[in-house]
Write a protein that binds this ligand. Structure first.
Ligand SMILES: Cc1ncc(COP(=O)(O)O)c(C=O)c1O
Length: 276
């Protein structure tokens, strides 16, 4: 609503369910071009740069850095030419360093890596604020928030306070590069277990695998149900994949401890020994 000025087109990269929702909403505002999609591959991968066809002079290019439901993640920022890059980073924000200079706008719901739900972080390049139109409702105009130090309305003070505590914890954990190393180690352990034999099967293609959401399947849906039930009973809750894709999904957000991955890997080995 702020960036898609009248007469221009916004480019969207379709990499999964959240991208689809972003496209649907953008179409209410103006002209949208889908620059590329991996839907035909069940969103099991991130597109190659050669697959993306950008609109000359696009208002912006929108991407989803981590596809929470499908378990894929961009490994590098795509080359998008002169258009500002807009990134929904809700599910991998601050899990690794961000090259902020290559973005026009980054937005992220807090509830994965930042703090409690109910807070959204928006970082916008200052010159882009000039695109906002006076016909926007005051609260929906980014200029309002920029001009008032994000205090135009009464914000979610408790949520922001907890977010501040989380940022202190993140700094004490070695900052973004420190947490990246931890996240890489956690995910590598789990993917190694998935790849160890043929019992578990990762659903994301190897070059696109997410460090945040590890999606995998078992040989049958019945085994998946049993796995889920036994895992929950063992204290490993929330492993059921999103209903859109089925299977299993282990979310390894910043706050999830490495020891938890070790317990999950042990559980998976034991489950395979008994049921495989
Ligand atoms: C990548 C991504 N975008 C957007 C959302 C939506 O966030 P919210 O529920 O805060 O609207 C989510 C939530 O899981 C997400 O993972």
């Amino acid at each position: 609503m702020n960036l898609l000025t009248s007469g221009s087109t916004a480019d969207y990269i379709d990499t999964g369910s959240w991208a689809v929702k972003a496209i649907k909403e953008a179409k209410r505002v103006g002209s949208v071009h889908v620059t590329g999609s991996t839907k035909a591959d069940s969103y099991s991968r991130i597109p190659e740069s050669g697959e993306l066809k950008f609109t000359p002079g696009a208002a912006y290019v929108h991407m989803t850095s981590n596809n929470t439901i499908e378990g894929t993640q961009w490994k590098s920022i795509p080359e998008v030419g002169n258009a500002p890059l807009v990134c929904d980073a809700s599910s991998d924000i601050f899990s690794r360093p961000i090259d902020i200079g290559r973005h026009g706008l980054v937005y992220a719901g807090a509830q994965k890596n930042l703090g409690p739900s109910g807070v959204t972080l928006v970082m916008i390049r200052e010159d882009l604020l000039q695109r906002s139109n006076d016909s926007l409702h005051t609260m929906l105009d980014y200029r309002t928030h920029a001009n008032n130090d994000s205090l135009y309305n009464t914000p979610n003070t408790f949520g922001i306070y907890v977010l501040g505590l989380t940022m202190k914890w993140l700094r004490a954990s070695g900052g973004l590069s420190g947490i990246q190393a931890i996240n890489e180690r956690k995910a590598a352990k789990l993917y190694a277990e998935i790849d160890r034999g043929g019992f578990y099967r990762g659903t994301a293609q190897k070059g696109s695998r997410s460090l945040m959401n590890v999606t995998f399947r078992l040989p049958t849906e019945d085994l998946e149900k049993t796995f889920n039930k036994e895992a929950t009973a063992a204290g490993l809750d929330g492993l059921k994949g999103h209903r859109l894709v089925g299977g299993m999904r282990a979310s390894l957000y910043n706050a999830f401890p490495e020891a938890g991955v070790d317990v999950l890997v042990d559980f998976m080995r034991e489950f395979e020994r008994r049921r495989g």
